[in-house]
Design a protein around this ligand. Structure first.
Ligand code: HPA
Length: 270
């Protein structure tokens, strides 16, 4: 059976370097893919098993190449649970990053903030997560050649990588806060009562992605670093009306900072 990794290797040619890092670019954050040099770009629709999303602001292509001197594989856009994609299908892009030889993955997303002191346009490095999606991508028969049946998540968010991200942010003069990301299934935004409850649970940011990818990444042995671009204060905490258009517009603001921080992070990645 031809896998997505086979298709990518064939398209990139035998001389393409092995990617060291995968980067998943979330809603409105895909611009970094344009900075990839010697790029081989492949639409997800041409990659076996890849879920194809349908959300505006998500390009839906894989870009293999070099970013700031480091070989990378960039996933420009992702599919989401709320599109009706089975959660197990969300494993394919992350496992493909691993199959291509990467050792770490950088996950980005647009998120709402539960902290009044971290408003729209700010970046938040994830220290941990709370899974309120109600599903787990590892449900079902385990493939022992990929990873173990039971996966520990005590150290899911890699400390040295988070420190390196912080150092990159400092070097770029970008304020990077830290917090716990809570994932919901969406696509409706939360109610004010849900946000109050999530605050009590310990959440700092809320969004509709990333957590399945973190779980799959840890299962297959990828080190994880994740960062949210805060697009809004969560429902009930601000006075904005939450819409997807608003998310995309605010993501664009944070996107310039995020691109600089990630470029520096990738350049200094050891
Ligand atoms: N809630 C859920 N997902 C989001 C939000 C939010 O407030 N903002 C951006 N993605």
């Amino acid at each position: 059976m031809t896998t997505a990794a086979d298709v990518i290797r064939a398209a990139a040619g035998a001389n393409a370097p092995t990617p060291r890092l995968g980067l998943v670019l979330g809603s409105g954050l895909g611009g970094l893919a344009d900075a990839v040099q010697d790029a081989t770009a492949i639409p997800y629709a041409e990659l076996p098993g890849f879920p194809v999303g349908s959300v505006a602001g998500h390009a839906g292509r894989l870009v293999l190449g070099t970013l700031a001197g480091t070989p990378v594989v960039v996933l420009q856009g992702r599919a989401h649970l709320y599109e009706g994609i089975p959660v197990s299908d969300l494993a394919v892009p992350v496992r493909t990053v691993r199959a291509l030889g990467a050792e770490s993955i950088v996950l980005t997303n647009a998120a709402g903030s539960l902290r009044a002191d971290v408003g729209p346009g700010r970046l938040m490095a994830l220290t941990d997560h709370i899974n309120m999606m109600g599903v787990n991508p590892l449900t079902g028969i385990n493939n022992d050649t990929i990873g173990p049946r039971f996966v520990g998540l005590g150290d899911a968010y890699d400390l040295p990588l988070k420190r390196a991200l912080k150092a990159a942010a400092v070097a770029e003069g970008v304020d990077l806060s830290e917090g716990v990301y809570l994932a919901v299934g969406g696509p409706s935004f939360e109610t004010p009562a849900e946000i109050r409850a999530f605050k009590v649970l310990g959440a700092d940011a809320v969004g509709m992605s990333t957590v399945p990818e973190v779980i799959v990444a840890r299962h297959c042995g990828l080190r994880v670093v994740a960062v949210s671009a805060i697009t809004n204060l969560a429902e009930g905490l601000g006075d904005e009306v939450l819409t997807h258009e608003h998310t995309l517009a605010s993501a664009a603001t944070a996107s310039a900072d995020l691109q600089r921080v990630l470029t520096r992070f990738v350049k200094d990645y050891v």
